[in-house]
Design a protein around this ligand. Structure first.
Ligand SMILES: Nc1ncnc2c1ncn2[C@@H]1O[C@H](COP(=O)(O)OP(=O)(O)O)[C@@H](O)[C@H]1O
Ligand SMILES: [Mg+2]
Length: 308
């Protein structure tokens, strides 16, 4: 059974074009899926469709074989979600909020408290647990809403920008918590703009722009769509004749190769030509570079269409 399966999934808000336009992808259990795209791309709409907060205009989606719009209660038992507007109670303390929501999901109060303590500790909220939510800062609320989403140990978590607005230390805590959950088998659907963090924790990705899914897969697969080679940075006193390279600075050069096997002969060639090597390193395209390359390619394609 897939954790998530969408077929032709589409959502059109009244009077506007498709916010989500016939997207198809699937997630295995335990995947950490990074759903990436610029503002307005359709990420939040997709989360809302998968959580049953919106019904599709066309196509379908299933989460652990449940239709979210048809079975919202069942789905809520096995999923946790944070979106921009997490509902919690200002007049309850942090701990009381967690226990309230845990029992709502059918977990008994003692178990809730135990789990709440672990989460509050992990998210740096122990000192604030007995303070009313009204006195929480935005970042504290955000972390508490994450704890709320996890209080019933869901099988899948939908996280919409969970670290935006958090300081680097809190963001790091949240990311390591996400990683631990995935090791325990929780499936994570993560929308984020923070591509470097995404590359640290995600196992697969989906890239969406203007409702259209541009690419899905692990980083190797995305890289192959753009450029799968390796760039070798070299700092050497001289370079041999006949080697194809790009000069990037005083005695620094970039050489593009298809695989790492090509590197030893290059090193040998430089040394044999009487060159001293001071530095050598390899560089593969990062998630951030792949992202911008695919988005730019789409933009260029669209401009091309308009020119015709
Ligand atoms: N409630 C709504 N009514 C009308 N249009 C909406 C609504 N919510 C989102 N949209 C539009 O749908 C598109 C996708 O939005 P959204 O899913 O929020 O994108 P993202 O989360 O990637 O920033 C945008 O063009 C946005 O303006
Ligand atoms: Mg959004």
């Amino acid at each position: 059974m897939k954790a998530v399966l969408t077929q032709n999934l589409s959502k059109t808000y009244t009077g506007s074009k498709n916010a989500v336009d016939h997207i198809e992808f699937s997630l295995e259990q335990g995947e950490v899926f990074g759903f990436l795209g610029p503002n307005g791309a359709g990420k939040t709409t997709t989360i809302k469709l998968l959580c049953g907060m919106l019904a599709p205009s066309e196509g379908s989606c299933r989460v652990f074989d449940l239709d979210p719009a048809q079975n919202p209660e069942k789905l809520h038992q096995l999923s946790g979600v944070i979106t921009e507007h997490a509902q919690m109670y200002d007049h309850l303390t942090g701990l009381e909020n967690l226990v309230f929501y845990g029992t709502l999901f059918g977990v008994n109060a003692a178990e809730c408290e135990k789990r709440a303590n672990v989460l509050l500790e992990r998210l740096g909220l122990v000192d604030a647990q007995d303070r009313k939510l009204a006195a929480y800062s935005t970042g504290m609320r955000q972390r508490l809403s994450l704890a709320r989403a996890m209080i019933h140990s869901p099988r899948i978590l939908f996280l919409d920008e969970p670290t935006s607005g958090l300081d680097p230390e809190s963001a790091q805590n949240v990311n390591s918590l996400i990683r631990e959950l995935s090791v325990d088998g929780t499936t994570i659907f993560l929308c984020t703009h923070q591509l470097r963090y995404a590359q640290e924790i995600c196992t697969t990705y989906g890239l969406i722009d203007e409702g259209t899914l541009l690419a899905t897969g692990n980083i190797q697969r995305l890289r192959a769509m753009v450029f799968s080679g390796v760039v070798v940075h070299v700092k050497a006193s001289r370079m041999p004749d006949g080697l194809v390279y790009q000069k990037t600075g005083e005695h620094t050069y970039d050489i593009t190769v298809n695989s790492e096997d090509e590197i030893p002969p290059i090193v040998k060639g430089i040394v044999e030509a009487g060159g001293n090597i001071y530095h050598i390193s390899t560089h593969r395209m990062s998630l951030e570079e792949i992202y911008f390359s695919l988005i730019d390619r789409r933009k260029a394609g669209k401009e091309g269409e308009n020119d015709e």
